[in-house]
Design a protein around this ligand. Structure first.
Ligand code: 5GP
Length: 203
């Protein structure tokens, strides 16, 4: 083995996209944040949304918070690689942000709901190889517990999110991996393992 075989693998930062989807309250944000810490060349796709910021959310970090008018203009201009409506608000993935990441040769993590994941499954994502990960607690009862513990939504909003979650579970078939988040450490270890394994694939 005289030649270095490292280049035969997909490798770190070769334009892999990890689409992480799962019902609201599944813990996607915590699992993604913890997974990214310590993994090199992995960047977060900061979505655009018309939803108002929650306490502690920072514009340009958690989301780009924009008006409905601006969202509509961005759709018109073709700015979004995918976009979807979730409980009355719009959410979209910036095409130029993703293209920039491909150009710089970094991998990207997207935190999106199921309809957006289906669109990316259908249309692809600007040259990234896409890996689809579904993240859920082991039961709807646990999901409800998590939503109540988070305390950021009213009882009505929680009921609406649980309704959507029941429908979202039906889409499991389009995903490549299932991560169960009953325990944060375990879920983080699993998502890291997925990122690492995909980087070790022969290209
Ligand atoms: P939340 O309001 O709880 O932050 O997000 C609601 C849902 O929208 C979550 O499931 C989240 O993953 C999803 N979401 C966030 N950004 C995007 C996006 O750019 N596109 C799509 N399709 N869904 C998104």
């Amino acid at each position: 083995m005289s030649n270095d075989l490292t280049a035969r693998r997909k490798g770190v930062g070769r334009g892999l996209a990890f689409v992480v989807t799962g019902p609201s309250g599944a813990g996607k944000n915590s699992v993604i944040n913890r997974t990214m810490a310590g993994l090199p060349s992995l960047e977060y796709s900061i979505s655009y949304t018309t939803r108002p910021p929650r306490e502690r959310e920072v514009d340009g970090v958690d989301y780009h918070f924009i008006s409905r008018e601006e969202f509509a203009e961005r759709i018109e201009r073709g700015d979004f690689a995918e976009h979807a409506t979730y409980l009355g608000d719009s959410y979209g993935t910036s095409r130029s942000q993703i293209d920039g990441m491909v150009a710089r040769g970094v991998d990207v993590i997207l935190n999106i709901e199921v309809e957006g994941a289906k669109l990316i499954r259908r249309d692809g994502l600007g040259g990234h190889t896409v890996v689809f990960v579904f993240l859920v607690p082991s039961s709807l009862a646990r999901l409800e517990e998590r939503l109540r513990a988070r305390g950021s939504e009213s009882s009505e909003q929680i009921a609406a999110r649980l309704d959507v979650a029941k429908r979202e579970m039906d889409a499991l078939g389009i995903f490549d991996y299932l991560v169960i988040n009953d325990d944060l450490e375990t879920a983080v270890a699993e998502l890291r393992a997925i990122v690492t394994a995909e980087r070790l694939r022969l290209s």
